[in-house]
Design a protein around this ligand. Structure first.
Ligand SMILES: *[C@@H]1O[C@H](CO)[C@@H](O)[C@H](O)[C@H]1NC(C)=O
Ligand SMILES: *[C@@H]1O[C@H](CO)[C@@H](O)[C@H](O)[C@H]1NC(C)=O
Ligand SMILES: *[C@@H]1O[C@H](CO)[C@@H](O)[C@H](O)[C@H]1NC(C)=O
Ligand SMILES: *[C@@H]1O[C@H](CO)[C@@H](O)[C@H](O)[C@H]1NC(C)=O
Length: 335
């Protein structure tokens, strides 16, 4: 599956494929076709994947499932097809990463097919600033429409109208729903930035533009969605529950079909690394606390020696003189 390879590439350090061509990536036929028609977007595809993977690892660094991409195939990537909340997050963050990377490339003028949002240029805007103040749209507003279009095409979102009931999903429609939620996340986290002009910073005139949030913020937004994700029922497996047919899903919600494993114990067949050897925090009550992270198995403690430069003084003239300080810290790892 294409996502498995792109996701894995996103997790490897760059350099492996610095100037890839459309034929070097394991893409589907339709993706290859899209790639050949728009080869200038290929670097953005890889950028988007890197954004997505590194943000996934950042958001999940303290959890039992830590979004690791270090596993070897065929173990790697099980969570991409398991239909769990983790699958949901991955699709959403990947779709968002593509929007973000392609839009960035548009705003930087790297392609002629898209540019800044010209609807937001020149004319004065209304509504969100004090009316007394004079301001106008200026600069480069990020134009996410093209990036959104590309992300949708690339991820082969073909379902035209998404189901709004909780019943009757397949893995494919679940993934498409979550991809769409990821694209929405970029739009929802956009903000308006302004710069002041006028005599000595009087701010008599303001220029404003719309800008995407740093991807970190998109990731945090999606992590929240992950935590509130809702289970929907699988069309192929069991009868759609009446209850599910009546209850609805919102297009911003992440949805999943299958319950996640607890990720406690290594299970190579299912691509679960387990938490043995993971560093935990003895005093934290969060997911990184030793009790939760180690699944109650307990932990080992070792002393770690840190050497740092400390008590630095500026010596006239000109160097900095420091002492070497040693500290001993307890480090805990799961049994
Ligand atoms: C995730 O956890 C595994 C052990 O379960 C560890 O080997 C790996 O380095 C961690 N990955 C990240 C990205 O933190
Ligand atoms: C745009 O092109 C410049 C020069 O080729 C490159 O350094 C930059 O990374 C590109 N930006 C994006 C977002 O692709
Ligand atoms: C999709 O749209 C068609 C026509 O607008 C409608 O009949 C159908 O029920 C919709 N399907 C879903 C899943 O919403
Ligand atoms: C451990 O958790 C506590 C409480 O959440 C926090 O104050 C502390 O900085 C954490 N320690 C490390 C090493 O992350």
């Amino acid at each position: 599956m294409w996502l498995t390879s792109i996701w894995w590439l996103g997790g490897t350090s760059s350099g492996l494929l610095d100037r890839p061509t459309c034929d070097q990536l394991p893409l589907s036929l339709r993706q290859r076709d899209l790639c050949r028609r728009k080869p200038f977007l290929l670097p953005s595809v890889l950028d988007g994947a890197r954004l997505a993977v590194s943000e996934c690892q950042n958001q999940f660094r303290l959890e039992r499932w830590n979004c690791s991409t270090s596993e070897e195939p065929p173990v790697f990537g099980h969570e991409l097809t398991s239909g769990t909340k983790e699958t949901a997050f991955i699709y959403a963050v990947m779709a968002a990463g593509l929007v973000h990377a392609v839009t960035r490339s548009c705003s930087q003028g790297n392609t002629t097919e898209c540019s800044c949002d010209t609807r937001l240029q020149g004319g004065a805007g209304q509504g969100f600033l004090a009316p007394a103040q004079s301001w106008h749209w200026g600069g480069c507003s990020d134009h996410i429409r093209y990036g959104t279009w590309f992300s949708r095409r690339f991820m082969e979102n073909t379902v035209k109208n998404m189901s709004t009931s909780r019943g009757g999903f397949t893995l494919s429609t679940m993934n498409q729903h979550n991809g769409e939620a990821g694209r929405q996340a970029v739009e929802r986290t956009m903000s308006t930035d302004c710069r002041c002009h006028g005599v000595s910073g009087s701010c008599a005139v303001k220029t404003c533009w719309k800008t995407m949030a740093p991807f970190r913020q998109v990731g945090a937004y999606l992590k929240e969605r992950y935590e509130q994700s809702v289970q929907v029922s699988d069309r192929s497996r069991r009868k759609v529950r009446r209850k599910d047919q009546r209850r609805t899903v919102d297009k911003h919600q992440l949805i999943y079909l299958n319950k996640s494993p607890n990720y406690c114990v290594a299970d190579r067949r299912r691509g679960v690394a387990g938490t043995r050897g993971r560093r935990c925090n003895r005093t934290s009550v969060g997911p990184d606390g030793c009790n939760l992270l180690c699944c109650g198995r307990g932990y080992n403690t070792h002393v770690e020696r840190h050497v740092q430069r400390c008590e630095c003084k500026f010596v006239w003239c000109c160097y900095v003189h420091c002492r070497r300080c040693e500290s001993m810290n307890d480090m805990h790892t799961c049994k």
